[in-house]
Design a protein around this ligand. Structure first.
Ligand SMILES: [Zn+2]
Length: 333
């Protein structure tokens, strides 16, 4: 999808089918009704109840620990609140933490939810089935409403790149949100996998949202000794056995489920920018830590980005026919 789109676009930002113009502003969105779920945290193993509640325009995505009293329990889901990137992304404020927020954040990014209060009764988002799909289901059940405020986007103005040995992450200017990710694992069931995708709501839902988190069976004991993966099981993770066989009876949901899950993680981590990003993210053997460092590098340089209202993109056909609303690129980021 990404490659096809790149070929269509000329160097001046116009496409073969015509000139792109900005159209109507896109509205912010929240849920129509509150909805809740119960589950265990992947790493803590703690059972929690989580309620997703509608929030006003310009509120953003904010967690609230209902088991902690006072406003100190409020934790904005934002890059500068991230304090834990050990096998998950966790945010904290005033001593209150919420861990493993990335799959929920990915579902909110993929569903274009701007404003939400997430009430949670413990320290970790429920892992559900290890993917973002159960959260998409919750959002579908609750319904979505448009709000009386325009959606803002963070436009990447110049390339930002970080490298740590084989690990590389970068952001480059683009008119939509693209992810180009590659992983390389020693395990013969993973090896090298790549994915390039323009992250539209439809593409996120069908190509990314059902990909589950994964791990090696031989690492589980080590992780548990470190206080991690206590809630992990074959119900919420793809587990690769010592003989390089997948232990889950049902097998994989996508042939390349592993890289798709890494794309899911990146979409969730990058939504901590506070707004959708108009840019191309590239990751090579990257993870939560580098995703967060990339956002910190972006926001430390005011010349590297700009906050701007998101608009539908209109395409003026090259043949001079009528103006067509494309609802493409920026409208779907
Ligand atoms: Zn993940």
């Amino acid at each position: 999808m990404f490659e096809a789109m790149s070929k269509r676009q000329g160097q001046n930002g116009s496409s073969d089918s015509g000139l792109k113009l900005s159209g109507h502003p896109i509205s912010q969105r929240t849920l129509k009704n509150p909805i809740s779920c119960t589950g265990v945290g992947l790493h803590s193993g703690v059972k929690v109840t989580m309620a997703l509640k509608p929030a006003p325009a310009d509120h953003g995505i904010v967690f609230k620990r209902t088991d902690i009293a006072g406003n100190g329990a409020l934790i904005p889901a934002r890059w500068d609140m991230v304090d834990d990137t050990r096998l998950c992304t966790g945010v904290s404020a005033n001593g209150a933490v919420v861990r493993t927020i990335e799959h929920l954040m990915a579902a909110l990014a993929g569903s274009r939810i701007d404003n939400l209060l997430i009430e949670i009764s413990g320290p970790e988002v429920p892992v559900m089935d290890g993917s973002a799909h159960p959260f998409i289901f919750l959002i579908d059940c609750a319904g979505v409403v448009e709000q009386q405020a325009s959606r803002q986007a963070i436009r990447v103005l110049r390339p930002i790149k970080l490298q740590d040995g084989d690990r590389v992450v970068s952001l480059e200017p683009a008119d939509n949100f693209q992810v180009d990710l590659a992983i390389d694992f020693a395990s013969s069931v993973i090896r090298r996998q790549e994915m390039q995708v323009e992250v539209t709501p439809g593409a996120f839902r069908s190509e990314v949202s059902r990909a589950r988190t994964f791990g090696l069976e031989q690492e589980v004991a080590m992780l548990r000794a470190a206080g991690l993966a206590k809630g992990g099981s074959l119900d919420n993770a793809v587990v690769i056995g010592a003989d390089n066989k997948i232990l889950n009876e049902e097998g994989l949901r996508y042939e390349d489920e592993f890289v798709r899950h890494k794309v899911l993680d990146a979409v969730g981590d990058l939504y901590l920018a506070g707004h959708p990003i108009l840019g191309c993210f590239r990751g090579r053997c990257s993870g939560h830590a580098m995703n967060n460092l990339l956002l910190r590098a972006l926001f430390s340089d005011p010349t590297a980005y700009r906050l701007e209202p998101m608009c539908e993109t209109l395409v003026v056909p090259a043949a001079g026919a009528e103006l067509l609303p494309a609802r493409a690129v920026a409208a779907r980021a």
